[in-house]
Design a protein around this ligand. Structure first.
Ligand SMILES: [Zn+2]
Ligand SMILES: [Zn+2]
Length: 216
């Protein structure tokens, strides 16, 4: 395998740049500490000292997580095939998640194990059928459902996590579905919006799919 095909190899530049920042931080911390020692100082730099030390620690932590996560991928170590919640994961995972998946495989609490690379390539194939949004929100997997497409597949994410282009593409598709056919579910005529409980609603699934299934 070429270096740039390994997880570690892909991170070469990121790790190098991170390391350069980390190496410089102690000097910045020292200069602030020295300033704080001055009896004739005009300003109090306690907040800055804290910010620098927090940054130092979190970047060091991030660096170690990246290295450990890359090692798990490159050594094909087993990982849990699902999050701790039991929900199967799909798509590239944040380093901390990958470390958690590997921890559960190592301590025997995983329900089923796989190699990260094997599952990643499997989920790339089956991802279009997985209804769960693959995005992370506030450090947790998003609980949203991926948006339905007219061809029966799912969009890349739940509505709030779609990009502006993806949203406008899907909106255009829905407008087309509304213009093309009456709705077999709520009975409104072509060109009219779907109705649910007396109010207009997003296009019904059957009407959306009808775009791709003429005559059904
Ligand atoms: Zn989402
Ligand atoms: Zn309808």
């Amino acid at each position: 395998m070429q270096a740039d095909e390994t997880a570690y190899g892909q991170l070469t530049d990121v790790l190098g740049q991170l390391n350069a920042i980390i190496q410089r931080l102690p000097a910045a911390e020292d200069s602030v500490a020295a300033y704080q020692q001055r009896v004739d100082r005009y300003l109090a730099l306690g907040d800055l000292a804290e910010a620098l030390s927090w940054m130092h620690e979190s970047l060091q932590m991030a660096y170690m997580e990246l290295e450990s996560a890359a090692a798990i991928v490159d050594q094909d170590r087993p990982v849990d095939s699902a999050y701790g919640t039991g929900r199967p994961w799909a798509g590239p995972q944040p380093p901390r998640y990958l470390l958690g998946l590997a921890d559960r495989a190592a301590d025997g609490t995983a329900r089923a194990t796989t190699s990260y690379r094997a599952r990643l390539s499997d989920t790339r194939l089956t991802e279009s059928m997985d209804p769960a949004c693959p995005k992370i929100m506030d450090g947790r997997p998003c609980s949203g459902t991926r948006v339905n497409r007219a061809d029966g597949s799912r969009a890349a994410a739940c509505w709030p996590h779609l990009t502006a282009e993806q949203k406008s593409e899907i909106n255009a598709e829905r407008k087309k579905a509304i213009a093309a056919n009456a709705c077999a579910e709520c009975g409104v005529a072509a060109g009219e919006k779907c109705i649910q409980d007396g109010r207009t609603t997003t296009v019904h699934q059957r009407r959306l799919r009808a775009l791709h299934q003429p005559g059904s």
